[in-house]
Design a protein around this ligand. Sequence first.
Ligand SMILES: Nc1ncnc2c1ncn2[C@@H]1O[C@H](COP(=O)(O)OP(=O)(O)OP(=O)(O)O)[C@@H](O)[C@H]1O
Ligand SMILES: [Mg+2]
Length: 242
Amino acid sequence: MVRLRGAGCRFGPREALRDVDLTIHAGERVAVLGASGAGKSTLLALLNGSLEPTTGSVEVFGEDPALLSVPRRRRLQRRIGSVSQDLALIEQVRVLHNVNAGRLGRWSTTRALASLVWPHSLDVVVDALDRVDLGWALHERTERLSGGERQRVAIARLLVQAPELVVADEPVSSLDPVRAAEILGLLRTSPAVRTVVVALHQPALAQKHCARVLGLREGRLVLDLPAAEVSDAALNDLYALV
Ligand SMILES: Nc1ncnc2c1ncn2[C@@H]1O[C@H](COP(=O)(O)OP(=O)(O)OP(=O)(O)O)[C@@H](O)[C@H]1O
Ligand SMILES: [Mg+2]
């Protein structure tokens, strides 16, 4: 589903990612761990085609997003459900529109625009919001919600989109421990979500909810193991200050 070969990303003098080789198959649930600045968001941005590598190559669904025309790249990206670290919600509209945006990519422009005024098949949206415990927020303005509530709106949007690949960058960072576990459980068990790559800051959550754990350190992939085989020593190494 995803293949990186010698992928690297440089921002000016800063090497955010170096020489990463990685294959992720359909159906895998993969956590990405690493200290702040280790390159997690950069790696995820390569996976969803929002960033191109400066060295090496990226293949998603068998295609290199960098080589596609803009319309074809958009079509490819529609098959990917992304939760970015900043959530990318539209603040000024009601929650239902943000959740509904999950399926806009599959609709014609006319239908998508019309849905902003007259949202149809609201039941799908209501169901997704119920699943993240936000049924009450359907008609709330998004900007009024708390950080954790907004993260759950982004998850509901993902459930509505039901993409082939989910790329989620710290989707539970603002949630309390119980809610964080609940949301990751939802991502693990929902039939709408099959293949997941998720950046997390808590190793315990990664080991509990993902079968495979990747560890980045200073832009290098230094750990790639089944969750059960990740030792405390390896985790300590990942987060040790240099
Ligand atoms: N657009 C950019 N321009 C310049 N430098 C960048 C850019 N994006 C990332 N970097 C740098 O690349 C490195 C890796 O950043 P990245 O955001 O991938 O880290 P991260 O592991 O996601 O960190 P965090 O846990 O804080 O989100 C950092 O040193 C960062 O400053
Ligand atoms: Mg990040």
